[in-house]
Design a protein around this ligand. Structure first.
Ligand SMILES: [Zn+2]
Length: 602
């Protein structure tokens, strides 16, 4: 399986000619053996970026951005390596489904999730313990098919239902603890169940694998008064509230054909929409729509429609949507529902037509904001207009900028529209925008709404330069994966001093152990630290310049051995001075230093 994964990465890379891929984003001009383009990663006025079909790489001579086709897509789409691989696989019509992800710990969590999912589901369908839950779902007007499609389950009230099953099935307690399905009893020992008397909504990733649960307490439950209505399982490597979308597995195909996905707030809203034939619908996990959500949605659709519940959201939801619209490469529109109704109520009361209409007439986020401001300020004369301009431009000036040409176009578009809608001269709007942006520069940066900064990147150790031997070792094994097993026989990751290089070597060995080819692209799939990966890519390039790599590697390994022996001798010497009073011990140590066999006369 591991080998399949590496083969898949290679297949994607081979199917993604860099000229064709970059040409899909930028206009390329042929210049001899290479192509030139305006660099999208800095404010480029001359074509500074070279795209080289022979080496399948790109390089900007002005800002220094460079790399292969994966690096380009990572920068362009603001995705990680796996995200880039997915983008390119889709482009080349290569199916990545069934790629289970590289991490054995992750697989273990997924297995336990699948098991728990089955237990809850079975309980809802068959168990007398779930009678009230079945009644509740019927009252909510959810059809049996909908409940099955979304895989709903039930966690009964009795405190030992799941723990008994765990014991019988021999499931791993620790894993279920980590998933947040069980908790440890502090004083008396043992475990208790986190979900009791709750309808379980499995939260699935885009492949339909259950990665977490949302549990809704039964309205008649003895716990109903003193615990939250909805409750989620723990954040784990599988489950992260800020990037998962409920229903994405069932909605993404409909989204692609409709050209947009609609985002709601509740699990039941999504289910009810599906039940009424509106299937391009997802929900966030009780959090506001964030940059990571948009980023995930953007993989499937160019346009996102936020279903906006006027009562619940207030204007902060709209401002946030405008913020996202500005800072992300996405079309974002807002569909307003009739006051007082959430999507589920609306569907149950009036069928699918009103919701369909609301989605169809969704208003672009910026216009939605402008409409609201105009309604409020229109009669307020010049002062009102000024407040409106500032309200909009402040959001624009504060939002993290979309980089490159796309960002520039979006700014122009927004300012033109603001000027037009408010009946102002374009120059006036630009001037005010300039003032606000200047002011922003002088203020301390606020945490960006768009999570474009990679925390790993920020944390990347700007470590001291690696010792030459360690650097040479990595250059060789990165350029030539066939040499990894050779290195493995005499060098351990712990022999390396440099933390980054140690991590790279360790990952290469792990890949070997899993039967995965220890290649750079595989490293990129498992290490998210961009600075480190960039270093590895450069090292690989340097390694490829070296001829007779196997021979060179032997010299490097000799170097490590000498170093180790030298250290060993140093240690022995210090023991020697410690053993100065003990003649026999001192002699033995001396012999070791001189590599002489022990004599029998002592
Ligand atoms: Zn550049």
């Amino acid at each position: 399986m591991a080998e399949d994964r590496a083969a898949l990465t290679r297949q994607v890379k081979e199917a993604s000619d860099i000229v064709a891929v970059v040409g899909g984003y930028l206009t390329l001009h042929s210049a001899g053996p290479v192509f030139k383009a305006l660099c999208p990663f800095h404010d480029d006025s001359r074509p500074s970026m070279n795209v080289d079909p022979r080496w399948q790489n790109f390089r900007c001579w002005a800002c220094g951005k460079k790399g292969d086709v994966f690096s380009f897509v990572m920068e362009m789409e603001k995705v990680d390596f796996l995200g880039a691989r997915e983008v390119l696989a889709r482009r080349a019509n290569i199916n990545l489904e069934g790629d289970a992800g590289p991490d054995p710990h992750r697989l273990k969590l997924l297995d336990a999730m699948r098991w728990a999912d089955e237990q809850y589901k079975e309980c809802l369908v068959d168990s007398p313990l779930a009678e009230q839950a079945r009644v509740y779902l019927g009252e909510r007007q959810l059809a049996g098919k909908t409940v099955r499609d979304f895989g709903l389950g039930f966690a009964p009230l009795s405190g030992d239902w799941l723990t008994t099953k765990v014991r019988k099935a021999g499931q791993d307690w620790q894993t279920l603890l980590e998933l947040g399905l069980l908790s440890e009893r502090k004083e008396v020992g043992g475990f208790y169940e986190r979900f009791r008397d709750r309808v379980m909504f499995p939260i699935r990733d885009m492949r339909g694998q259950t990665v977490g649960f949302g549990g809704r307490i039964l309205p008649g439950s003895p716990y109903a008064a003193r615990s939250p209505k909805y409750y989620n399982s723990a954040d784990t490597p599988l489950f992260n509230k800020s990037d998962l979308l409920y229903g994405i597995d069932l909605a993404r195909h409909a989204g692609s054909s409709e050209g947009y996905l609609a985002v709601m707030e509740g699990y039941v809203d999504v289910m009810m929409a599906h039940q009424h034939g509106i299937t391009n619908v997802v929900a966030t996990m009780g959090t506001a729509l964030g940059a990571r959500h948009v980023h995930n949605l953007r993989r499937y659709v160019p346009r996102v429609v936020l279903v906006y519940d006027a009562d619940a959201g207030g204007t902060s939801g709209v401002d946030r949507a405008v913020d996202i619209f500005i800072s992300q490469d996405v079309e974002l529109a807002i569909a307003a529902l009739p006051p007082g109704l959430d999507p589920c109520d609306l569907l149950v009361a009036q069928g699918p037509e009103p919701l369909k209409k609301a989605l169809k007439y969704a208003v672009d986020a910026l216009d939605f904001k402008l409409n609201g401001l105009l309604a409020r300020e229109e009669s307020q004369g010049i002062a009102g207009t000024r407040r409106m301009v500032d309200a909009i431009l402040a959001i624009l000036a504060l939002a993290p900028e979309l980089p490159g040409k796309a960002g520039q176009l979006k700014r122009e578009l927004i300012l033109t529209r603001v000027a037009h809608r408010l009946g102002l001269r374009l120059e006036t709007v630009w001037a005010r925008f300039g003032e606000l942006r200047e002011k922003k520069k002088n203020e301390p940066a606020r945490p960006a709404a768009a999570a474009t900064t990679n925390s790993q990147e920020a944390d990347a150790p700007r470590a001291a330069p690696a010792p030459p031997l360690e650097r040479q070792l990595l250059e060789l094994v990165l350029a030539d994966p066939m040499l990894v097993p050779v290195a493995m026989r005499s060098i351990q990751p712990d022999d390396l001093v440099h933390p980054g290089l140690k991590r790279l070597l360790d990952a290469l060995y792990q890949m070997m152990a899993l039967g995965e080819p220890p290649e750079l692209d595989g490293l990129r799939a498992r290490i998210a630290d961009r600075a480190l990966i960039e270093w590895a890519m450069d090292a690989c390039e340097r390694g490829r310049q070296i001829t007779e790599r196997a021979h060179y590697l032997n010299r490097v390994l000799d170097g490590f051995r000498e170093q180790r022996d030298g250290q060993g001798k140093d240690e022995l010497k210090s023991k020697l001075s410690a053993a100065a009073g003990d003649h026999a011990a001192a002699l033995e140590i001396l012999r070791k230093i001189q590599n002489k066999p022990a004599t029998n006369d002592s």
